[in-house]
Design a protein. Structure first.
Length: 159
């Protein structure tokens, strides 16, 4: 099953226009779209330059205003050590995400096998997006683990 990608044009006045729905869209609406499994591509209206990455980072930063996702000392280190540190962090997050998805698939497979052994037959597991109101326990645990590892890295770099 291929999910439809929403194409959004970003104008010089910072407005975002959803071409699929023919209407303007806010950053929060884009975040909700992604939380519900959607994919977006954001391009400059004039140059067609891809702004997806920077817009998604902007959404995260808007959330950062309300919750301190990353410690200030870590952000200082990220800026101080430049691209080397950023590349390491990007690779670390990517591999952690891959491992998390793999563990989730393995857990779902185990639950299905367990259900079959118990005579429940083939079950369908619900896919709820992790939202601020209902965070996934495994996602929260992984985030806590990442925070601890970041603190350890900060200590090592500060030495």
């Amino acid at each position: 099953m291929t999910e439809e990608q929403t194409l959004i044009k970003k104008y010089s006045n910072r407005k975002l226009y959803d071409l699929n729905r023919s209407r303007y869209i806010t950053l929060e609406e884009i975040a909700d779209l992604i939380r519900h499994g959607g994919r977006v591509k954001i391009v400059d209206a004039e140059t067609e330059e891809d702004y997806t990455n920077i817009t998604l980072v902007q959404i995260l930063l808007e959330g950062e205003k309300r919750r301190n996702l990353l410690p200030v000392s870590f952000l200082h280190q990220l800026i101080k050590h430049g691209e080397m540190y950023q590349d390491f962090f990007r690779q670390y997050l990517s591999s952690t995400q891959d491992a998390m998805v793999s563990m989730q698939r393995d857990a779902e497979k185990g639950i299905r096998q367990w259900a079959k052994m118990g005579g429940l037959g083939d079950i369908t597991l619900p896919r709820e997006p992790a939202t601020e109101e209902t965070p996934s326990a495994s996602l929260k645990a992984e985030l806590d683990s990442l925070k601890e590892k970041l603190k350890e890295l900060e200590k090592k770099l500060g030495s």
